[in-house]
Ligand binder design. Structure first.
Ligand code: TPP
Ligand code: MG
Length: 800
């Protein structure tokens, strides 16, 4: 509980609230009307949404927040956030002036693109909200493992628009939070009862209240401001309160828009002949009446601060703060105001009301009543910024160059993954201790079982495995403890990605590095795709292991088979995707991945950084349940590097090569068989193992760009690999995924390509049936080769 706020501080805060609203409105106005600009930069959606939270954010940032707290600010409140940072000396005037423009302050708060200390990005509604919940869990995880005690515990706070609560991912997170005992998490709902298009249904707050209470949250409804509370205490005030409580949202909004005279008419018509309340209304001028009716809890600094200060526990809290969208601006309350923009004339009136001289719009203290020295001193002492740098660092955890694994003659990459983690789990050092795994109810079926048996499940309170206690034989020990290293989630894949996003920012948020590995079935990436994108946008660092994948999990049928995922791997920014075929490849990739997710050097210059090898990122491994024959070979440094870079020759083509088969992942046996069968009829056939279409492609694009910018000797890995191929050589590419993933290989040197893959939902069936059906078996490869590579008929066509 914070110290009670003084009257002086409250006065200063009221000045700052005015200033914040002004600066935010001016920033948007400037971007829309004054900057020499292209039309695309002009858009509404910020002015009204920002205005509804000016008071809440003033209270938060200038009074309530402490340096350890982390906040997700609703997307359209970005201008208010930037204005606050500007007043705190952490945002430049230039960036405000360039809001929404090139390299200016971002339209939606961005951890990666803004320079003013955004804690969590927002933009896709609902995701930032859930991020705060999972960040609280991660903070608890870190501390339960004995780390980070030298720093204060933070509260993870989301300021959310009421319409964000329409997003299902929020409820998935709520349920998970309840299971995991979330604490230190505040969600402040900007209950302006308006979304983008419309005014919300009546009584929604009651549904929210019940819902949050059911999940163990404290709920604080901030409905009336202090002016209203004082009026309710006057004779007749109770009648006014009842009227307000019964007034439908739409009507309230409309009256706010219409102003004092409309309020008077409506109130007088409906309750004005009831004695004391008439006097209450009559005693106020139109302006005073409008101010009174607009004085909802979420616009009243003292009510807000009192509510925040009153929280004396670490249970999660939901504040439902009544506000008016566009409060203080001419379109306050109008249902169309989301895209509303003040006209230059309206802005002039607003400027005059704010005592701001033309030409002094950006001056921090212009037009305020308090002396600048006093305001400056107040801002200097704001607790939130007292601790200096809030974005933390954590040292890199040393990763062994080679990860040991016993390779069976026939093995799947998924089993290999389980075996690799089982070996890591035996370790006693820092490396194994920093790994944290998570899975949405597919822990055992993605082969994390052996890891969990050794490292146990995480929970803040220990919980024994009853089956073990009862001596009932079971393959898996399901024992929870604060030292456990696996976070077992419910099925919601969204939650997995947002948890990975939170775990993957722990180095920056908690100053403690974690090495997060999340597993799920490959097709269900689609279920959480926006959250995955969100995690990448925030530059969270994690390894996503998606298995099983493709039609290779044949009997499961079309509902479980993934087709588009390799293209997601190729296209998703911030995520390096791999699809190994063999377990030794996987071991090399996993060792690389565990290091790569920790890299954070800025650097554009070096060739290695074409693949972001210096900047790092997150990793996606697409694995398979299909046991395939392993190759017995020694892992040389060159082979290891090639695997990591995306491809190597499994069979090097000769100088007169007529056909190359380029394959990825589980179809390796078909590719190998096909080139064996073609060997008699096609010369010098090559076999290219593509371990990462994504990195291979990124390298090629980067090299092209480098050459176009004058670095004539720039060469990418794929260009070097294919340099010796004669022009007439054909390339057949094949994978268990969309054929476009590898189709671009032909563009590298202009070779003809026939890309094989899967384009339609799969059947159930055995692998040979399905591979034949979809044309990714050896026979299809041979047929494709015959069609595009020079030479006579291939005699084994139809035999394979
Ligand atoms: C996932 C997603 N869908 C749609 C949008 C487009 N959108 C931006 S804001 C918004 C509604 C905003 O309403 P609310 O959350 O109540 O915020 P307010 O503007 O009232 O502050 C919508 C639909 C989005 N940003 N993200
Ligand atoms: Mg709203």
């Amino acid at each position: 509980m914070a110290d009670a706020i003084t009257a002086v501080d409250l006065r200063i805060l009221a000045e700052l609230e005015r200033k914040v609203l002004w600066l935010a409105s001016w920033t948007i106005h400037h971007a829309n009307h004054l900057r020499d600009n292209v039309d695309g930069l002009k858009v509404g959606g910020h002015q009204a949404s920002s205005a509804s939270v000016a008071a809440i954010m003033t209270a938060l940032y200038f009074h309530t927040l402490r340096p350890a707290d982390r906040v997700a600010v609703k997307p359209h409140a970005a201008p208010i956030f930037h204005a606050i940072q500007y007043l705190l000396g952490r945002q430049t005037r230039q960036k405000l002036a360039d809001f929404r423009g090139y390299k200016g302050a971002q339209s939606y708060p961005s951890r990666t693109k803004d320079s003013d200390d955004v804690d969590f990005s927002t933009g896709s509604v609902g995701l930032g909200v859930a991020q705060t919940l999972f960040s609280s869990l991660v903070q608890d995880y870190v501390r339960a493992h004995g780390w980070g005690f030298e720093r204060a515990e933070g509260r993870m706070i989301a300021l959310l628009g009421d319409a964000e609560l329409d997003e299902g991912n929020i409820f998935e997170a709520l349920l998970e939070g309840w299971k995991q005992g979330v604490r230190n998490c505040w969600w402040i709902v900007d209950y302006n009862r308006q979304s983008l298009d419309a005014v919300v249904r009546e009584g929604l707050w009651e549904r929210y209240e019940n819902l949050f209470r059911n999940f163990g949250w404290d709920v604080v409804v901030l409905k009336y401001g202090s002016l209203q509370q004082a009026a309710f205490a006057e004779p007749g005030g109770e009648v006014l309160r009842r009227w307000i409580d019964r007034c439908p949202n739409q009507l309230y909004s409309a009256l706010v828009f219409q102003g004092g005279a409309a309020w008077r008419k409506r109130l007088t018509d409906e309750i004005g002949d009831q004695g004391p309340v008439s006097k209450l209304i009559e005693a106020r001028s139109d302006d005073e009446l409008a101010r009174l009716m607009g004085n909802l809890g979420g616009h009243d600094l003292s009510a807000i601060i009192e509510a925040f200060d009153a929280i004396d526990h670490d249970r999660p809290v939901c504040f439902i703060a009544y506000t008016i969208k566009g409060a203080g601006l001419p379109f306050a309350g109008h249902k169309d105001n989301h895209s509303g923009l003040m006209t230059p004339a309206q802005m002039d009136t607003f400027r005059a009301a704010m005592n701001i001289r033309p030409g002094h719009e950006w001056d921090p203290f212009e037009g305020l009543g308090e002396p600048p020295e006093k305001l400056r001193a107040f801002l200097r002492d704001v607790p939130f910024v007292a601790g200096g740098e809030r974005r933390l660092q954590a040292k890199r955890i040393e990763v062994p160059a080679e990860l040991p694994v016993t390779i069976q003659p026939k093995m799947s990459t998924q089993v290999g993954f389980g075996a690799l983690l089982n070996e890591i789990a035996r370790g006693t050092g820092e490396f194994a201790a920093r790994i944290v795994t998570a899975s949405p109810d597919v822990t055992v079926s993605t082969n994390l079982g052996p890891w969990v048996n050794r490292r146990r499940l995480f929970a803040r309170e220990a919980m024994a495995d009853t089956f073990k206690g009862e001596r009932i034989p079971s393959t898996f020990t399901w024992e929870f403890s604060p030292s456990g290293q696996h976070i077992e989630l419910g099925i919601a894949e969204m939650n997995l990605f947002i948890l990975l996003s939170a775990l993957g920012l722990s180095h920056s948020v908690n100053g403690e590095r974690l090495l997060p590995i999340g597993t799920l079935y490959d097709p269900f990436i689609a279920r959480g795709l926006d959250a995955l994108n969100y995690a990448c946008y925030q530059d969270a660092r994690f390894i996503l292991v998606a298995t099983p994948s493709g039609i290779t999990l044949s009997p499961e049928g079309g509902a479980h088979q993934s087709i588009a995922q390799p293209l997601i791997g190729l296209a998703q920014d911030g995520l390096a995707a791999f699809e190994p075929a063999f377990v030794d490849e996987l071991a090399a990739i996993l060792a690389f991945a565990l290091d790569y997710i920790q890299r954070d050097r800025e650097g554009e210059a070096s060739e290695r950084n074409w693949l972001r090898d210096e900047t790092g990122g997150a990793i996606y491994l697409r694995l398979s349940t299909r046991p395939i024959e392993q190759i017995s070979r020694t892992m040389t440094p060159a082979l290891r590097q090639a695997i990591v870079d995306g491809a190597y020759w499994l069979r090097e083509p000769g100088p007169n090569c007529q056909v190359v088969v380029a394959f990825t992942g589980a179809v390796a046996p078909e590719a190998i068989q096909a080139i064996g069968l073609m060997a008699e009829d096609r010369r010098d056939v090559g076999l290219l193992a593509v371990t990462s279409a994504d990195r291979l492609n990124a390298g090629w694009t980067a090299a092209c760009r480098a050459r176009e910018r004058g670095r004539v000797h720039a060469r990418s890995h794929i260009e070097r690999l294919m340099a010796g191929l004669p022009p007439h050589c054909g390339i057949v590419s094949v994978l268990d995924g969309h054929p476009a993933t590898l189709a671009w290989l032909g563009a590298v040197y202009g070779h003809k390509v026939r890309p094989l893959g899967v384009e339609h939902f799969g059947q159930t069936g055995a692998i040979p049936d399905l591979y034949r059906h979809y044309g990714i078996d050896a026979n299809a490869i041979i047929a494709a080769a015959q069609a595009i590579a020079p030479g006579g008929p291939i005699r084994y066509l139809g035999v394979a």
